[in-house]
Design a protein around this ligand. Structure first.
Ligand code: ADP
Ligand code: MG
Length: 644
């Protein structure tokens, strides 16, 4: 099949509510797998889809199945099986997002570890879509709580992953329980024989959709990737902007909304930046490109579509801020630099769960992408100092300073203050509110490196290795787990363990008694706080309250918004739980393997300035503590993070 297909969602005959929601989330056009799969599923065909991660498979099955729902029917019409709790929540959350204008829509994520009774109550009340991990779904079917008589569609998401995790018998058992006439969509990144066998046995004349990629990248482009974790892509980008010598840069993001958001942030940091997306009028788009050419702009933040074919020779750098949908769009993207034999630089941000895409790109382009180290705080600061000095030199050479010189001389005599002190005061005034030096955040860096290294073991095999958080063991009952899994995989600590490095535990004033489900919490936090669900860590639900682990660098604004967010009709009233943050416990005996990993990274990152930071998102603990280990100048007390 080709990948040249529908160019807009409007052409896909989806219901108007979905189109509205798609416009809200800012998807510009269907990804290749969506363009191919949506018409097939809408028409009732079974589909066997093969595509890499990050290609937009969720919407590829969610949109047609939502479009076909009978809203009055309260027994589940769609069942999605996913390998992990995290993925189940993600899919449920995506359904919620796409169906947000469909009144009365209910989706229920079900997975092990979460309260079964709450799930049963929700099932009794009626849901349209159930998304679950095989073990828990099986339990509910066995106990007669999940009835499949009205099931229209069964989706197997990440089938190869379910196979790998030992769920295949459960999946087959569930398949056996579904009605004769149901539609099946099976998605998998790879097609091992066992998955093929299932497809042959259960799918009815399936349409095969394979997203193939033809790819070539210019030899003159230097390709690097930076491993991401936490909420620090913007920080990383700011450092890169300071440290890389670039002429013009194009930064790729996924959505139209993101183009404006990021462009505004960069503009606020003093970079001449503009967004470029399908939402912007044609003549304005042309003006933007013209401005990039004639150096009125240096940075453009774009979506794939808007930047297609863009040809501006001075673009020296392409930053893939969001991972591309497929290897082909990666090639298109980086082809915006290195034009006509010039040299160019391409930088790719890759979160642990997106590593499969990195592997896919390397395979498709047959080139290794080198891992880049982010410029250290010291490097950035050295550069700032050097630039500061250079400015003095340049100004001395170019400007007439006699008038100011006289004034300074006068001041010197009148107040008996040495000229050097006067100069320092003037520099301080010139600097204004913004701290001159960048402050260090070693714990954050450590987290990202560790997450990556842990997930890195199979980087060059065909198998994806997911973020450990995706594999939360609470998801699986012992019966669920395949024997080989049990021995080889390290286990994440259970309920009472402290949050992971870089995370912090929050208390929410809603619990079982309020009928709250993890999905609600994830939904509220993700939607209200605008936090990607992959950054939402462990959730524990108690009778009257719950806890959730969130990145420890949430801004105050986010916390304030979240405090007001409501779940099950009650305000979350989010607050930090008893200062459980791992970084604060330095010196305490490391309880588990994660702690010792952390220690190692502290060793590694023993820089000249060591910062210990408390929860920066709460005013009660906003101060930055620091110890200066050498005679480096201390950063001004209370200095806030410059790069934000
Ligand atoms: P996969 O299941 O193939 O790994 P997902 O369905 O999780 O991929 O999608 C990956 C990301 O791409 C999600 O953040 C999703 O919101 C986004 N996305 C999906 N479709 C589109 C689209 N048409 N335009 C822009 N972003 C999209
Ligand atoms: Mg997926």
């Amino acid at each position: 099949m080709t990948t040249e297909t529908a160019t807009s969602f409007d052409q896909l005959h989806l219901n108007e509510f979905l189109l509205k929601a798609l416009n809200d989330v800012g998807y510009e056009k269907p990804s290749p797998i969506q363009a191919e799969t949506i018409p097939l599923l809408l028409a009732g065909r079974d589909v066997l889809g093969q595509a890499q991660t990050g290609t937009g498979k969720t919407a590829a099955f969610a949109l047609p199945m939502l479009s076909n729902l009978d809203m009055k029917q309260k027994d589940p019409q769609v069942l999605v099986l996913a390998p992990t709790r995290e993925l189940a929540i993600q899919v449920a959350e995506a359904c919620q997002t796409y169906a947000k204008h469909m009144k009365g829509f209910h989706v229920l994520p079900v997975y092990g570890g979460a309260d079964s009774r709450a799930q049963v109550r929700a099932l009794d009340r009626g849901v349209h879509v159930v998304v679950g991990t095989p073990g828990r779904v099986m339990d509910h079917i066995r106990r007669g709580k999940l009835r499949l008589d009205s099931l229209k569609t069964l989706v197997l998401d990440e089938a190869d992953e379910m196979l790998r995790m030992g769920f295949i018998d459960d999946v087959e058992w569930i398949l056996e329980q579904t009605p004769e006439q149901r539609q099946i969509a099976l998605f998998s990144a790879t097609m091992p024989t066992q998955i093929r066998r299932i497809a042959t046995k259960y799918l009815n004349d399936p349409a095969q959709v394979t997203i193939k990629v033809k790819t070539q990248t210019a030899e003159t482009i230097r390709q690097r990737f930076w491993p991401v974790s936490g909420l620090h892509k913007l920080d990383a980008l700011t450092r890169i902007l300071e440290a890389e010598e670039f002429d013009a840069m194009i930064i790729f993001v996924r959505t139209k909304t993101a183009t404006t958001e990021l462009a505004e942030k960069l503009e606020a940091r003093g970079y001449a930046t503009a967004p470029l997306s399908g939402d912007i009028q044609q003549n304005q788009r042309e003006r933007t490109i013209q401005n990039l050419k004639n150096k009125k702009l240096d940075i453009i933040v774009a979506t794939d579509v808007a930047a297609r074919g863009l040809d501006v020779p001075r673009i020296s750098h392409v930053v893939n801020y969001d991972v591309p949908h497929d290897t082909e769009s990666y090639v298109h993207r980086i082809g915006r630099t290195g034009r006509a034999g010039r040299e160019g630089d391409a930088i790719l941000f890759v979160a642990p769960r997106e590593k499969r895409m990195l592997n896919a790109i390397e395979r498709a382009t047959n080139k290794k992408i080198e891992r880049m180290e982010l410029p250290t705080t010291e490097m950035i600061n050295d550069q700032r100092v050097a630039k500061f000095k250079q400015k003095i030199t340049d100004t001395l050479a170019a400007e007439d300073i006699s008038m100011f010189q006289q004034m300074i001389e006068q001041y010197q005599e009148e107040h008996n203050v040495p000229a050097i002190e006067i100069a320092a005061v003037l520099a301080l005034l010139m600097q204004g509110e913004t701290p001159f030096l960048l402050s260090n955040k070693p714990a954050q860096k450590a987290k990202s490196q560790d997450d990556w290294d842990n997930a890195d073991s199979s980087r060059h095999s065909n198998r994806d290795s997911r973020n450990s958080r995706d594999r939360a063991p609470r998801d699986r009952t012992p019966r669920d787990r395949a024997p080989r899994e049990r021995s080889s995989r390290e286990r994440t600590p259970r309920d009472n363990s402290p949050p992971d490095a870089g995370m912090m535990r929050y208390r929410l004033e809603v619990g079982y008694n309020h009928d709250v489900k993890p999905g609600n919490i994830v939904g509220a936090i993700a939607n209200e706080g605008n936090i990607d669900s992959k950054y939402i860590g462990r959730i524990n639900i108690d009778e009257n309250y719950s806890t959730v682990d969130l990145p420890d660098d949430l801004s105050r604004d986010v916390i304030v918004t979240l405090r007001k967010a409501r779940v099950a009709g009650r305000p979350l009233n989010i607050s930090p739980e008893g200062q459980l943050k791992r970084e604060d416990k330095e010196g305490a005996p490391p309880a588990r393997e994660k702690a010792s990993r952390k220690e190692r990274t502290i060793e590694r990152s023993k820089g000249k300035i060591k910062l210990k930071e408390k929860n920066s998102n709460d005013k009660t603990k906003k101060k930055v503590k620091k110890k200066v280990r050498t005679n480096r100048p201390a950063i001004r007390p209370g200095a806030k993070k410059v790069s934000d």
